[in-house]
Design a protein around this ligand. Structure first.
Ligand code: COA
Length: 532
């Protein structure tokens, strides 16, 4: 029998304490998500509605097939910055006429939908997802273009938005722009570079320069409609392929465009799968509030994979890392999960072998993070921990099967890299509210700084101020702690979202389905030189 057993006891005080701690974090997360949904706030939402317009999320809802899920991505973008949470852009994956699409929608209630540096990162991330997974891209456009005060951060790198649209098109990934309002200056290249364009009557404004700019440039007197209205573009310039009488009509026409794309998935849908044998609700009580206490990731695996069925690979070797095979919503996956925080040489070699096996068999990999990094100390350095860790990082870097990462607990140091952190291009990366990620733990980092400062003072023959040291340590610890938290990291687009643990199976299932739109093949060779 390969069905996992569980030692979790919902009546255990430890379980209850873990659950309580997680519920507190989830409540905080809900409050931040609510800010993204609020957009520009009551005043701007009321003004937008008063103009007879739909909100960004309402447009998405009407675009999608009824009763199908929308996997919103990076809803906390810009968190902790001077910009509104959500970064005036909604992005995500949803189903339109049976086709999984990558959808982006400007939020015109936030500074006229203008793009700030975080909106740009979010839009570029959405384009990467569309390209890697061959998802048709639908842009619901209404934006004041570049956020003018921060133009220096976005004007030059922002060109990539338009480059991506045409590269998607060149790769055979369809692009559709639906223009609901302003789409001027650089923004005009969103419809300009898209395969299919729909514009809303009397609402769409698509021109390189508005009337004041034209007057300044050439002295010509003009108006919005003759420069860039939907009617003009549909009848005269030919930029609009479809003329919509209102927003609902535009969304209906967008659905018809997608219905006729003939966009086929590379892999067939595996059909219904058996749910896990254990209650997903119990995922709330596994990770301890204090990440120093270990937890068994098999308890997580048992609650996310089909039928809780898991064939463990090398269970007796390198036991700080659990590896094994399972299926998730019918898709085969190889799972690497940190069992105790530290990665030793054995774990690293086991991981490298497991990743090669998954590549030989074309099986996607799922990384479940709870690591404090690779083991340090004389014995381990002499045992070759660097070359063994490098072997694991080599395998992760050159692996060609799709990767998914979920930060459950700690994700520190090079352990974050070996477990396919953001820089290693997982197709999707999510964090639980319990996650923490940084170069090392806050106490360790503050302690290292203090030792270095003490040695520096001693080298100069200066006395060491113990009081100042204690204050500095406390300050650094607090700073690193706050910068390690998932909302902060999500704000910087280092993940695709912070998710409720109970949604893990659903989110990963949606991702795996999206991933299987594109063909993929594991690396049969092509790894770098493995140091043995
Ligand atoms: N950069 C920074 N802030 C912007 C902005 C931009 N590109 N566009 C709009 N905003 C701000 C406005 O200053 C306003 O702020 P406030 O409410 O604090 O005064 C808020 O967003 C809403 O703008 P408003 O003009 O009241 O909204 P609107 O819905 O009536 O009009 C636009 C929206 C986009 C048509 C209009 O704001 C506009 O033309 N903006 C400039 C467009 C432009 O030239 N962009 C440069 C392109 S590269």
């Amino acid at each position: 029998m390969t069905v996992l057993t569980s030692a979790l006891d919902p009546n255990d005080p430890e379980y209850r304490a873990n659950r309580e701690a997680m519920l507190v974090k989830l409540a905080e997360l809900d409050a931040e998500h609510a800010k993204a949904v609020e957009g520009g706030g009551e005043k701007y939402v009321a003004r937008h509605r008063g103009r007879g317009k739909l909100l960004a999320r309402e447009r998405i809802e009407l675009l999608l097939d009824p009763d199908t899920p929308f996997l919103e991505l990076s809803p906390l973008a810009a968190w902790g910055s001077e910009y509104t949470v959500g970064a005036s852009l909604v992005t995500g994956i949803g189903v339109v006429e049976g086709v999984e699409c990558l959808i982006t929608a400007n939020d015109p209630t936030v500074r006229g939908g203008a793009s700030n540096p975080w909106s740009l990162r979010k839009a570029l991330r959405a384009n990467d997802i569309a390209l890697a997974n061959r998802l048709p891209c639908i842009s619901l456009v209404e934006s004041g273009g570049a956020d003018l005060p921060s133009q220096k951060e976005i004007f030059i790198p922002g060109g990539a938005i338009f480059r991506d649209l045409t590269r998607l098109s060149a790769a055979g990934v369809p692009t559709v722009a639906v223009v609901f309002g302003n789409s001027t200056a650089g923004g005009a290249y969103i419809p300009g570079m898209s395969d299919h364009v729909i514009m809303v009557k009397e609402r769409a404004k698509v021109f390189l320069g508005g009337p004041p700019l034209v007057k300044m440039a050439t002295g010509e007197e003009s108006d919005d409609d003759s420069l860039g209205g939907a009617e003009m573009h549909a009848r005269v310039s030919g930029l609009a392929d479809h003329f919509a009488v209102d927003e609902q009509d535009a969304l209906r026409q967008a659905r018809r465009v997608v219905a006729r794309l003939n966009h086929r998935k590379a892999h067939t849908d595996p059909g219904p799968a058996e749910p896990p044998k254990y209650d997903t609700e119990e995922l709330l009580g596994i990770v301890p509030g204090d990440l120093k206490s270990p937890f068994d990731p098999r308890e997580v695996i048992a609650r996310i994979v089909d039928a809780s069925d898991f064939d463990e690979f090398k269970p007796l070797y390198g036991t700080s890392l659990t590896t094994g095979w399972a299926a998730l919503h019918g898709y085969p996956v190889g799972i690497l999960a940190n069992a105790r925080g530290v990665l030793f040489s054995e774990e690293s070699q086991k991981a490298a072998q497991f990743i090669q096996l998954a590549n030989q068999r074309d099986i996607p990999l799922l990384f479940l993070h709870n690591t404090t990094g690779y083991m340090v100390g004389r014995e381990y350095e002499q045992g070759g921990i660097i070359k063994h860790g490098a072997m694991m990082i080599n395998a992760v870097s050159n692996s060609k099967v799709p990767h998914l990462s979920v930060l459950l607990g700690a994700s520190y140091g090079a352990g974050h890299y070996g477990m396919c952190g953001r820089a290693y291009d997982p197709r999707f990366l999510f964090a639980w509210p319990s996650a923490k990620s940084a170069v090392m733990g806050p106490q360790q980092l503050a302690g290292v700084l203090s030792i270095v400062a003490r040695q520096s003072a001693a080298a100069k023959g200066q006395p060491y101020d113990e009081e100042a040291d204690a204050a500095l340590r406390a300050m650094v610890e607090q700073q690193i702690e706050s910068e390690s938290l998932p909302m902060f990291l999500s704000g910087r687009l280092y993940d695709d979202g912070v998710i409720d643990p109970r949604d893990t199976r659903t989110a990963l299932g949606l991702c795996l389905s999206a991933i299987h739109t594109a063909r993929y093949e594991g690396a049969r060779g092509g790894f770098g030189v493995f140091r043995m």
